[in-house]
Design a protein around this ligand. Structure first.
Ligand code: G1P
Length: 298
């Protein structure tokens, strides 16, 4: 770690995306378009605005399109120049951001916890952000939540800080669910966790606060991941390692997403369609006419 800054993000992108077949048969779900950009570009831009400078992708089979996307494509730049399409160069400006990209492989598909653990040798002994590559936070990724989480992590000397969103009771089965020490109130959206459980039934769920794809971890999470047995779905769950961290006395905080920074989930068709429509409707150039078009259809 350089000068105590938290500027490294682990971005797991190894999942097969089976809920989006056939769309994801030969392309990563993290490369699906949402409006003008692929999902993973929003994730990188969101985190870069929050101070992240190094990205460690945990990839798997069929994910090289992600690596290609962040390369500097000299031939493409030259051909745009030669064919007088300079105005398109601004669309490639993200390639030149002063960011570092690293790639490691999850060599077996054993779950999200295992994917994060696959990054441990590369992360070493520094705190890091974990950001799931199939979730965009905020319209056009305009979210500062990770900055807030890093600041709370450092200010409160936490072992982990996790973003949460409120979900309807019947949906808790899809998420990691928080057990807050005290219910968060309107005055404070930061709370301490006394437990966390992966994908409980509505009856078991200790709250309606669902893990929202962004985490800040101390490297201590790795030792808990190493000790975590397969859980829900036979997978090594990140949530279960966080529960171990809490049980060993670790300080784990939750931060609630403000309503203006909703999570857009690109993991299933229903939420993917909604995300695309909302981003397209907010497009400066085509949004207004799309709105009229959709209104005409309804
Ligand atoms: C994963 C995590 C879960 C979290 C969700 C959204 O689930 O295991 O705790 O709530 O991401 O961030 P998945 O969507 O991979 O099933």
């Amino acid at each position: 770690m350089s000068d105590g800054k938290i500027n490294l993000a682990v971005v797991p992108v190894a999942g097969r995306g089976t809920r989006l077949l056939p769309l994801t048969k030969s392309q990563p779900k993290e490369m699906l378009p949402v409006g003008r950009k692929p999902v993973v570009q929003y994730v990188v831009e969101e985190l870069a605005r929050c101070g992240v400078e190094r990205f460690l992708f945990v990839t798997g089979p069929g994910k090289t399109a992600i690596e290609n996307h962040f390369d500097i494509d000299v031939e493409l730049v030259e051909s745009l120049r030669e064919s007088g399409k300079e105005e398109l160069l601004k669309e490639l400006a993200f390639e030149r951001a002063d960011l570092d990209y690293f790639y490691t492989r999850q060599r077996r598909q054993l779950g999200l916890g295992h994917a994060v653990l696959s990054a441990s040798a590369a992360v070493g002994n520094e705190p890091f952000v974990a950001a799931l590559g199939d979730s965009i936070i905020g319209l056009h990724a305009q979210s500062r939540i990770v900055r807030r989480m890093i600041d709370e992590f450092q200010r409160q000397r936490a072992d982990a800080v996790i973003a949460f969103e409120i979900v309807p009771r019947e949906d808790v089965v899809h998420y990691g669910i928080a057990q807050p020490e005290r219910p968060p109130d309107a005055a404070s959206d930061v709370f301490r966790l006394s437990g966390i459980i992966e994908k409980p039934s509505p009856a078991e769920a200790p709250s309606d606060l669902a893990v929202a794809a962004r985490y800040v971890f101390s490297p201590a999470v790795f030792e808990h991941l190493r000790a975590t047995e397969p859980g829900k779905g036979g997978e090594i769950q990140l949530t279960d390692a966080v529960q171990r961290l809490i049980q060993s006395g670790g300080k784990v905080l939750g931060v609630r997403l403000p309503p203006s920074e909703r999570r857009f989930d690109i993991g299933n068709f229903g939420s993917y369609f909604r995300a695309f429509l909302e981003f397209a409707l907010a497009d400066d150039e085509y949004g207004p006419e799309l709105r009229q078009f959709v209104q005409g259809l309804l």
